[in-house]
Design a protein. Sequence first.
Length: 225
Amino acid sequence: MTTTPASSTHNTQRWNLNSLRLIRSDLSRIHRGIMLRRSRFPELAASHDLTILDLGCGSGAFLRHFHEQGYRRLFGVEPDADLIRQIPPDCAVVKQGYAQRLGFDDCSFDVVFIYGVLHHLKGLEAYGQALDEVRRVLRPGGRLFILEPGHWRMFRALEICAKLLGFFSPTFRAFSDVLDEEQPDVHFFIRNHLKVREHLISQGFLPLVDRYFLYSWLFTASKPA
């Protein structure tokens, strides 16, 4: 069941259109599979009985993937109503909301999954508020997966390549437009993403994966039992 809110877009219409074009591409589908394996999601979240929250689920690309893999206890939070409407009603329970105010009870989830969301938040205080909410809703021993931009030089190279390839490929044109619109926030996050790791470790999270892959930072951790 998808809970569709009455309010309108949170993102710009241009960003939403480009995001939808991008995530529906075969290249994005392949990329999602690689990122999940690199984060050890199939290994560390193997049971299909797990209750999973996709924080900032967008139009549901990962929720669809999880559903196709056999997961059924799926939930999402997303601020943009238009993106929520793209999610099939039988895929997950999705609420309109924000990372800093998740609107779920304490210890509701076995897994919290975050892909490309934290860099949209406005500064270190917002990062901390979101992480505290994650800790609150995650059960003891639960797993947190964070996949965000993190490698500065690789990301800058990607921005240039995407812009050049955008002259020939609609997928890369959409990608380049998304990167242009996100640039101030994502650049700030890349320079400060290790603050996220420091905050989580200070709260007792045990890192299981802490690595870079291409331009991304992958951080998987377990909440203290």
